[in-house]
Design a protein around this ligand. Structure first.
Ligand code: SF4
Ligand code: SF4
Length: 164
C-alpha cells in the first residue's frame, strides 16, 4: 500500500508539471535574453573612419587581475596610421581561459576602446582558439550590425554606448 501511494504521489507530481510553463527554450534556435549587467566576450572598437580606438597604453593590461591581456605597442607613422594617437596596439591578445570577465579592462580604458559585449558563445576545439587577437577582437560595431542583423540585436546596448 505504501508503495502504491508513493507511486501515485510521484505520478501526481509529474502530472502537475505537464501544465506548468516551460522554463527552457529550444537553443540555439531561441535564446533567452541575458541580464543587462552580463559581461560576455571582448571587442576592440574600430571607428567608422577605419581607425582603431586603442592607443596601446596598456592600462587595461595593468588593471587586469588575471594577467589575461598581452599588448605590444608601436608608433603610428605618416605612412601607417592605425589609431588616432601616437601609438597603437601592434599586438593585442586576450587569453580567454584566464579571463574572469570582471570588466576592469573596460573600466580602465581611457579611450573607450575595449568593451565586453553580450556574446557568450565562445566554444572552440583547440586551446589556441581561446587566445583572441585583433583579428577576433576588432569590430566596427555599426558595420558588423549591417552585415549581420543578429549582431545588431545582441549589441544594441553597445551600439548606443560606443557610437553616439
Ligand atoms: S575582463 Fe577582467 S580578467 Fe578579463 S581581460 Fe578584462 S580585466 Fe582581465
Ligand atoms: S584597450 Fe584602452 S586601455 Fe587597453 S591599451 Fe588600448 S587604449 Fe589602452
Amino acid at each position: 500500500m505504501n508503495m502504491l501511494s508513493a507511486i501515485a504521489k510521484g505520478m501526481f507530481t509529474t502530472f502537475k508539471h505537464i501544465f506548468r510553463k516551460e522554463v527552457t527554450v529550444p537553443y540555439p534556435e531561441e535564446r533567452l535574453p541575458v541580464s543587462p549587467r552580463f559581461r560576455g566576450r571582448h571587442f576592440l572598437v574600430v571607428d567608422d573612419d577605419g581607425l582603431e580606438r586603442c592607443v596601446g597604453c596598456e592600462l587595461c593590461a595593468v588593471a587586469c587581475p588575471a594577467d589575461a591581456i598581452y599588448i605590444e605597442a608601436a608608433e603610428n607613422t605618416e605612412q601607417v596610421r592605425v589609431s588616432p594617437g601616437e601609438r597603437y596596439a601592434k599586438v593585442y591578445m586576450i587569453h580567454m581561459f584566464r579571463c574572469i570577465f570582471c570588466g576592469y579592462c573596460e573600466e580602465a580604458c581611457p579611450e573607450d576602446a575595449i568593451f565586453l559585449g553580450k556574446e557568450y558563445e565562445m566554444e572552440c576545439y583547440t586551446r589556441d582558439g581561446f587566445i583572441y587577437d585583433k583579428t577576433k577582437l576588432n569590430l566596427n560595431v555599426r558595420g558588423a550590425a549591417k552585415q549581420r542583423p543578429e549582431v545588431l540585436h545582441r549589441l544594441q546596448e553597445d551600439l548606443s554606448t560606443y557610437h553616439k
